[in-house]
Design a protein around this ligand. Structure first.
Ligand code: SF4
Length: 246
């Protein structure tokens, strides 16, 4: 089903996150999924879904290179809500081939290697997780980076044949942090050590005050700080099965 302009505009004026999530579930019953990277924004959405028993499947991608703190957060989150988060892994043969031919940390050597690693460990598992869904919910916020500031709240992805829905698009970082505090939502211990956007351990560092929130991701590169999960389709050179979780 494709949404009309009026239906899309209603999401922009939804009175709350829960109302927006309920609206999307009503329009696409049983076909809405949420990809959580276990980041602060995603923990807000997970809290809203689980506390309100919304019929949305939550999944995360285990790249095999995550911080131990991220695994610990996954454990605390499922224990807190007593509900499962589906975990998707990369194809073992893809990882074996890449690591054997290019090297276990070859993502530091070139943008090409880095994109290939992200494609194997993130993009391909994401595409598998999205199969059969009509709506993909993400925790993307406009102020996170220049590449995200012009994203719409809801957009049709032709390549994936589904809607991508960003219900926190207009939230500020402070609103996210306030929500986590107010409702005692579990969050990654690394956030208290200067990490804002947290991905794979070898590709994430803490940032200094005043730095771009995504400056700690792939900091050795000068290209766009995206893994392909949330790139606009037109921006994908050679479309490495493009489109992106965090
Ligand atoms: Fe590989 Fe780094 Fe991308 Fe993780 S963030 S998939 S380790 S290149």
């Amino acid at each position: 089903m494709r949404l009309n302009k009026d239906q899309i505009e209603k999401f922009e004026v939804a009175s709350s996150l829960v109302e927006a999530l309920e609206m999307i579930c009503a329009l696409f019953p049983g076909k809405v999924v949420f990809s959580s990277s276990l980041g602060q924004e995603d923990q807000v959405i997970t809290d809203a879904i689980f506390k309100n028993d919304l019929p949305i499947k939550i999944f995360t991608l285990d790249t095999g290179r995550l911080f131990s703190e991220s695994y610990e957060l996954l454990e605390r989150t499922t224990a807190r809500y007593k509900k499962p988060i589906r975990v998707y892994f990369p194809e073992a043969s893809d990882v074996e081939e890449f690591v054997t031919t290019k090297g276990v940390n070859s993502f530091y050597e070139s943008v090409e290697n880095r994109k290939e690693c992200c494609n194997i460990r993130k993009v391909k598992p994401l595409n598998r997780a999205l199969r059969g869904a009509d709506v993909w919910i993400t925790g993307v916020r406009a102020e996170q980076s220049n590449t995200r500031k012009d994203m719409p709240m809801i957009e049709w992805l032709e390549e994936k044949q589904l809607y991508k829905f960003n219900p926190l698009l207009h939230w500020t970082y402070l609103e996210v942090v306030d929500y986590l505090k107010e409702f005692y939502v579990p969050y990654n211990a690394l956030h208290d050590k200067g990490f804002v956007s947290i991905g794979c351990a070898p590709c994430t560092r803490a940032i200094e005050a005043g730095e771009d929130p995504r400056a700690g991701r792939w900091w050795w590169e000068t290209s766009q700080k995206e893994c392909g999960l949330h790139m606009q389709e037109v921006d994908q050179p050679n479309n490495i099965n493009a489109n992106p979780v965090n």
